[in-house]
Design a binder for this molecule. Structure first.
Ligand code: ATP
Ligand code: MG
Length: 559
């Protein structure tokens, strides 16, 4: 394993190779990258990949990394999203310096850039309707036709464009288009629209503008204005690269940025698209954008993932030009590896039944000690109370066990973790036949750590002491998606949901050591998995835990 991780670290990805080459050829003095989210939703694991990639390159090459909001489309954008995005990027540990950039701060620069293109005869005002523009555009197999407005004079174009800006024309009645080539095999180059009229209030510029630039025109200008050297985006922009290059060349930037595409991160059987996550939130299938079953960054944080685990995940899933699908189990592997040595290990009974030690004195208790993390002795030890009345896991007792069941059943002896051997003598059930109480005797000679070398037992189970354990809620999660069916329902485009994606255990008893646990603090509940304190539903007197993942893994990277 360590070997594989090292290999991933050492071989350079194709983007690093491009940057190395640019530096060698003197084309780039200082690397500048950026992450340009549209503030129209919460960031998800795919964005985390882009943030970690871009900020990581800046760090590696001693360059800078900008966080820039691509807020050129006022319709869908909200300040709520700006706030959450900043929080997420910071949490991931990406260093964007002390300035946050907004594309909308460049609206004046973009307007001037459009005027420059008009003056060069490279842009014109077009009066065709949206439908006509579509018709004139042609198809993948047929060239388009020139707009009848394409040959307007530079003077007329300058005048009309200024009047568009001044609000003299209704929304949608005119657009500014780049004058490139209606016969280009690349449809993006067929005189694309670069400005439209839309009377919409913008969260940053208010009502100052009634014309807004289109993405393909705005984005290269944003990059060039900030001195971005490598503009890294996902594969769907590959066909837009000629237009990106056209814009920076026609605007005659001295050191134009270079666009490089890489493959998006996809997770098997997991909803990653912003649009779909939004639908789950709006339909109230989940409890908000940070529901721990989602893979938004805020949901992953709430679920108990750490920035380190996400970084490791991005590293192991690799940067490539070919689309591929990663496994959610890889994400779980990364958080397990991260928490293994960091999280305190405690005993918690998620689904309790009572265990009564009949030969233990009624009013007596004792303190036992245990290591907080046997794999990391530096984490010290803790004390726990042992007494007559305990809770054990419902699963750890059976009336009629199958073969190879080594836990508790009538007549069988097991070790109570960190405590004594106990032998089951009896049990009680309720009217439905469900076990409510188990009776056992303990052997005082068998105290854990006492050096007892007598007989052996095959099973060890965990327990908590009834009077001192803390009653909490534990939420166990499964995939939100029905894995048998896959994410999308082919027929109607809906999502195939798993009705059992959440199980709430309201009687989860945890040993007293977690009494003062704080939101986002994570623990290993022995034998049950890693859990984190939920920041939202935990109150001053009741802890709510989210299970991050179970302890077992069927997954090994590279296998
Ligand atoms: P979605 O596809 O979920 O709707 P988006 O691409 O619309 O997301 P933006 O805010 O436009 O979201 O994206 C910001 C940056 O994040 C872009 O550079 C985009 O390429 C990158 N990005 C988005 N999704 C992924 C992904 N799954 N993997 C890697 N990078 C991504
Ligand atoms: Mg987008």
């Amino acid at each position: 394993m360590a070997e594989e991780i090292k290999n991933v670290n050492e071989s350079k990805n194709f983007i690093e190779e491009i940057i190395d080459e640019d530096i060698k050829e003197g084309k780039c003095q200082k690397v500048v990258t950026r992450f340009p989210p549209e503030p129209n939703g919460y960031l998800h694991i795919g964005h985390a990949k882009s943030i970690i990639l871009n900020s990581g390159l800046a760090e590696e090459y001693n360059g800078t990394f900008n966080l820039r909001f691509d807020d050129t489309n006022p319709m869908k954008e909200k300040t709520e999203f700006v706030k959450s995005i900043v929080e997420d990027v910071k949490w991931l540990g990406a260093d964007f310096g002390d300035k946050i950039y907004f594309a909308s701060d460049y609206f004046d620069i973009m307007y001037e850039a459009a005027v420059k293109l008009i003056k060069k005869g490279k842009a014109f005002v077009c009066d065709l309707t949206a439908d006509e523009i579509r018709e004139y555009r042609g198809t993948l197999t047929e060239p388009g036709k020139n707009s009848p407005y394409r040959d307007r004079s530079i003077e007329e174009n300058l005048d009309l464009f200024e009047r568009m800006k001044n609000g003299e024309f209704p929304d949608g009645s005119k657009v500014l288009r780049a004058k490139i080539d209606m016969a280009s095999p690349n449809i993006n180059m067929r005189d694309p629209i670069i400005y439209r009229i839309a009377r919409m209030e913008h969260h940053n510029t208010g009502n100052k503008w009634c014309i807004y630039p289109m993405y393909d025109f705005a984005h290269p200008i944003e990059d060039a204005t900030e001195g971005v050297t490598h503009s890294i985006c996902t594969l769907e922009f590959e066909d837009h690269r000629p237009l990106y290059n056209w814009v920076v060349n026609e605007l005659e930037y001295a050191n134009p940025p270079k666009q490089i595409e890489f493959a998006k991160l996809y997770l098997k059987n997991v909803v990653t698209g912003k649009r779909y996550i939004k639908k789950l939130v709006e339909d109230k299938v989940v409890d908000g954008w940070d529901d721990p079953r989602l893979v938004t960054i805020s949901a992953l944080r709430r679920r108990g993932f750490t920035p380190e685990s996400l970084r490791q995940f991005v590293k192991l899933s690799g940067i490539s030009k070919a689309n591929s699908v990663s496994d959610y189990a890889l994400l779980e592997y990364c958080i397990r590896e991260d928490l293994k040595l960091k999280a305190k290990r405690v005993m918690a009974v998620v689904d309790p039944i009572e265990l009564i030690i009949t030969n233990y004195p009624d009013d007596q208790t004792e303190k036992l000690t245990a290591s907080n993390n046997p794999e990391n002795e530096a984490m010290g030890e803790r004390e726990m109370t042992f007494g007559k009345k305990l809770y054990i896991e419902r699963d750890d007792f059976m009336i009629e066990p199958p073969k190879k069941y080594f836990r508790l059943y009538p007549g069988n002896e097991v070790r109570l973790m960190n405590a004594y051997f106990v032998k089951c003598t009896d049990y009680e059930t309720d009217e439905n036949g469900n076990v409510t109480k188990v009776y056992a005797t303990y052997d005082p000679e068998t105290k854990s750590g006492s050096g007892f070398t007598g007989r052996k037992v095959k099973g060890t189970i965990h327990w908590v002491h009834q009077d001192t354990a803390v009653k909490t809620t534990a939420r166990l999660y499964e995939n939100l998606i029905d894995e048998e069916k896959g994410v999308y329902n082919e027929e109607d485009g809906s999502m195939n949901l798993n009705p059992n994606s959440i199980t709430v255990k309201d009687n989860c008893y945890v040993e007293a050591a977690i009494k003062d646990a704080k939101p986002y603090e994570s623990f290993q509940f022995l034998r049950n998995g890693f859990f984190t304190v939920d920041y939202k539903d935990t109150t001053a007197d009741h802890l709510v835990f989210n299970r991050i993942c179970s302890l077992k893994s069927s997954y090994k990277p590279g296998v």
